[in-house]
Design a protein around this ligand. Structure first.
Ligand code: FAD
Length: 630
């Protein structure tokens, strides 16, 4: 079996993985980047709206404290406050740093990096490149990797001496020795050949879990591999009940259902209407946000040109609020012909402006739905988009509870609490990608050359497990595509945007059955590019992650952010400080325990008015606030 040795392995070549790998290499560590998709095709490339950083270029009142407050409000104060603090403080430097690597963001008239409005952000804050920001980010980070390789070539004569990319390579197992990370195992998708990597530090940067749902903006890679790899290695996951259903996915035609319609459409003035032509979001502003959102269309419209003297339109409420509102309108019979609502930009901007600001959206609707968004409204509805839950990490280093295992980007949990603000993911990737690279490098230094050795038995077991779907064929196991569909439908219908105890209990029963079927799925053919085999291996991860979501969602008896309970519709302060922590229990079961969230540092708590905190905190907790203790 092919074998490689590195100091640091980064699994995932999206924004978080690339930034982590660049940092590890710059800290002098021999680094490998492994990606199951082609190099350049990660989710990050699909990011449209932009990257949130309080540079204050468009509104000088912006700063890290305002960004911090917005992020905590968006997450309904369940965020890991230290992560939110690091993120808000470091995001501007990470964006500027990207320009030193060669990125070019859109500009203001006076030549600064331009910033746009997005839901939940007080000021225009998203650095962007039209609606193709992720593409620019990935292009730039890849370019930086190549420039580091050129540097290495000049010094060693080998481009890959210190940083190498293994693309179309899927990792299926992590190895540990003496309780610490020792390496990982995977296969090349094109040939099916196995490959083993030995390394004392691994950074998981594998993205999200959306493929466990039937309607999703996520593409095929999002099968929760990193979440499951971490669990199986003994690490813990948190916040798995919180999934973001983006309010605006395409609803028609069926073949493209779920594909994202960027929030920039609303950030640039787009409005939501029901079948009666009403701008219904004015009816859905929750009490906790009443002071910050306009009550009339006139005020909402004025905000686009005078944000200092008007309140924001409710179309720009955090995503969880807008998704629930759309769901309610459709349920009340005021939906669009194909089961969504109308998103109208045509009556708000000129055709030229729409094509300039939203070129991808224009083409997406023209090509996929034969709708000209400069003339007609779009039909949109909620789509499973982002997982707030993920690997529990130490905020400053991103190390998980397993020594040597790090996680950054969407696979990590905590930063976004119960709901992520749009634009806060791209900045999260840069901030925590860099921190993961640094954390991994420091960890390797701390080992002082004593590296855990991969056990040969573990390698043999990994190989055997990967081949299992071929041997199941002779015993008549099921087709993995059939089992996957059932899993996706179960999660969509029973643990979806609005949840009920009896439905989630039913989901857990179904998942038990799906677990049995997953163990024996069978595939035919060869190991050379065999999608059925790839899915059979991914399915194991999708199942484990779905179990985590369903178990945690059943346990949390309140509604908060990306978790809405029909039977517990209110947010409950007693749940705000409770984290649901999941760990693996055997091959396909998980255990859940409750854990207290660490209290926010007093000077950070003081950034909020007491009256606002009272909406989220228990009276007892507020004793530490300067005004609360007075
Ligand atoms: P990704 O970029 O998804 O990278 C994951 C990597 O892991 C890939 O290279 C994949 O191949 C690899 N991988 C996965 N499993 C394995 C395995 N087993 N072995 C090897 N490799 C593996 N956020 C914003 O902040 N602003 C936006 O405007 C925005 N727009 C979005 C638009 C769309 C359509 C979508 C879907 C998301 C958007 N998001 C946005 C969210 C954001 O893009 C993602 O959260 C973010 O890009 C995730 O980055 P990542 O580095 O964590 O993972």
């Amino acid at each position: 079996m092919e074998r490689h040795e590195y100091d640091v392995i980064v699994i995932g070549a999206g924004g978080a993985g690339l930034r982590a790998a660049i940092e590890a290499r710059m800290q002098g560590k021999r680094t490998a980047i492994i990606s199951k998709s082609l190099f350049g095709k990660a989710h990050t490339v699909m990011a449209e709206g932009g990257c949130a950083a309080s540079m204050g270029n468009v509104n000088p009142n912006d700063n890290w404290m305002v960004h911090y407050r917005d992020t905590m409000r968006g997450g309904k104060f369940l965020n890991n406050w230290r992560m939110a603090e690091l993120h808000a403080k470091e995001a501007p430097d990470r964006v500027w740093e990207l320009e030193t690597y060669g990125a070019l963001f859109d500009r203001t008239k006076d030549g600064k990096i331009s910033q746009r409005n997005f839901g939940g952000h007080t000021y225009p804050r998203l650095a962007h490149v039209g609606d193709r920001t992720g593409l620019e980010m990935i292009r730039t980070l890849q370019q930086k990797v190549v420039s580091l390789q050129q540097e290495d070539y000049r010094e060693t004569g080998d481009y890959e001496a210190n940083i190498r990319v293994f693309h179309e390579t899927t990792i299926t197992e992590l190895f540990k020795a003496d309780g610490k990370i020792a390496g990982c195992f995977g296969y090349y998708r094109s040939t099916g050949k196995f490959v083993r990597f030995d390394a004392p530090a691994i950074v998981l940067a594998t993205g999200g879990v959306g493929k466990s749902y039937q309607v999703t903006s996520n593409s095929w890679e999002y099968t929760g591999d990193g979440h499951a790899l971490a669990l199986r290695a003994g690490a813990t996951l948190i916040n798995m009940e919180f999934l973001q259903f983006h309010p605006t996915g395409m609803v028609w035609p069926p073949s493209v259902k779920g594909i994202l319609v960027t929030e920039s459409v609303r950030g640039d003035g787009g409005v939501l209407r029901n079948s009666e032509g009403e701008r219904f979001m004015f009816n859905y502003v929750p009490d906790v946000f009443k002071d910050q959102y306009a009550t009339t269309e006139e005020e909402g419209d004025r905000w686009y040109t005078d944000a200092d003297n008007n309140r924001r339109p409710p179309e720009l409420l955090p995503r969880d609020e807008v998704a629930r509102a759309i769901n309610s309108e459709v349920k009340a019979g005021r939906g669009s012909p194909h089961g969504g609502v109308f998103l109208d930009i045509a009556s708000r901007l000129s055709p030229e402006e729409i094509q300039k600001r939203l070129p991808s959206m224009y083409h997406q609707f023209k090509e996929l739905a034969d709708v000209d968004i400069t003339k007609e409204p779009m039909e949109v509805g909620p789509t499973c988009h982002y997982v707030m839950g993920g690997v529990e990490v130490e905020p400053d280093t991103t190390m998980s509870t397993v020594p040597g295992l790090f996680a950054a980007g969407e696979v990590a949990g905590g930063m976004h609490g119960s709901n992520r603000l749009g634009g806060n993911s791209l900045s999260d990737l840069l901030v925590f990608g860099r921190r993961a690279g640094m954390g991994a490098a420091e960890y390797v230094d701390g080992l002082a050359g004593v590296r855990p050795a991969v056990r040969i038995d573990d390698v043999a077991a990994a190989e055997q497990r990967a081949l299992l779907p071929f041997s199941s064929a002779t015993e008549g196991g099921e087709n993995p595509f059939v089992v996957q569909l059932e899993l996706q439908k179960t999660m969509n219908d029973l643990v979806g945007i609005i949840r009920k105890a009896d439905e989630m209990e039913m989901a857990l029963k179904k998942l038990e059955d799906i677990a049995t079927r997953t163990r024996t799925v069978s595939v035919v053919g060869h190991r050379e590019f065999n999608p059925g085999w790839h899915l059979a291996l991914d399915l194991r991860n999708m199942l484990l992650v779905s179990l985590c979501v369903a178990k945690a969602a059943l346990e949390r008896q309140e509604s908060r952010g990306g978790h809405t309970r029909d039977d517990y519709p209110a947010m409950d302060s007693d749940w705000r400080h409770v984290l649901l922590v999941l760990s693996a229990l055997g091959e396909d079961n998980v255990e859940l325990v409750r854990k207290e969230q660490v209290a926010m540092r007093p000077e950070l708590l003081d950034l909020f008015e007491l009256d606002e905190l009272k909406k989220y905190y228990t009276g007892e907790e507020l004793g530490g606030h300067r005004a609360g203790s007075a």
